[in-house]
Design a protein around this ligand. Structure first.
Ligand SMILES: CC(C)(COP(=O)(O)OP(=O)(O)OC[C@H]1O[C@@H](n2cnc3c(N)ncnc32)[C@H](O)[C@@H]1OP(=O)(O)O)[C@@H](O)C(=O)NCCC(=O)NCCS
Length: 205
């Protein structure tokens, strides 16, 4: 991935120190791996997979970081999207926020960055898959305009949890960095043909 070309600073919430959203670089891999392993203890991506994702021009990775009182910069979360330039569909690959920093709006900022990136690259739709029981993530996705378009029964193994497939129509109005869907909801089973392995499962593109 190219060196971080864009960044944006905004308060996370209340009295929290300012947090910065920017594109990831290889220098972030140790922190990304730490958050990955803590967030997905049963099936974390390997450091090599994470490095490949950060390095690929087709999968932009965003991070949120903030400075601490001792002037140390700490990474609070990261997210990646598969969005090849010119492709009509994009896929959320992964999104995770440090457990100590959840509930502050960081996940929403990261997701909005993924949607904006996909749209900037020409995508019309953004897909993801999520465990049926991940109510926090599902609430975030739904509030950002994603709609359920299908279910993969017992997709996640060995526990057999269903995967919920969701889609965001990127042709919509965007206000204050937050997606606002204006398109009608898709009918169940309205899934595209190809599959791409992602953190959230196997997304279609
Ligand atoms: C899912 C995740 C990325 C959300 O990040 P976050 O920074 O905590 O989320 P935000 O603070 O931006 O909250 C966004 C929305 O998520 C939902 N949410 C957040 N925390 C929640 C909680 N404790 N209970 C229920 N809903 C919650 C709410 O809808 C919230 O919107 P609101 O603040 O307007 O109510 C984070 O919980 C995480 O890293 N989880 C572990 C990894 C994971 O499951 N990733 C998703 C894989 S599909």
């Amino acid at each position: 991935m190219a060196a971080a070309a864009r960044s944006e600073t905004a308060p996370t919430a209340g009295n929290q120190p300012e947090a910065t959203l920017r594109e990831a670089t290889a220098a972030d891999l140790a922190s990304i791996t730490r958050i990955e392993q803590a967030s997905f203890p049963d099936d974390p991506w390997s450091p090599a997979m994470l490095a490949d994702t950060v390095a690929s021009p087709d999968s932009p990775v965003w991070v949120v970081e903030r400075g601490t009182a001792s002037n140390v910069v700490e990474l609070l979360g990261f997210a990646a999207v598969l969005a090849a330039r010119g492709a009509s569909d994009a896929d959320v690959l992964t999104i995770a926020v440090d457990a100590a920093a959840r509930g502050l709006g960081i996940g929403r900022r990261l997701l909005a960055a993924l949607a904006a990136t996909a749209r900037d690259r020409g995508a019309h739709q953004l897909f993801l898959e999520v465990r049926a029981g991940n109510s926090v993530a599902r609430s975030l996705y739904e509030s950002e305009g994603f709609v359920v378009i299908g279910t993969r029964p017992r997709y996640y193994q060995p526990d057999g949890e269903d995967a919920i497939v969701m889609r965001l129509d990127l042709h919509r109005r965007v206000e204050a960095g937050t997606a606002e869907a204006t398109a009608p909801h898709a009918a169940d089973g309205d899934e595209p043909a190809n599959q791409t392995v992602s953190r959230l499962g196997v997304s279609n593109d």
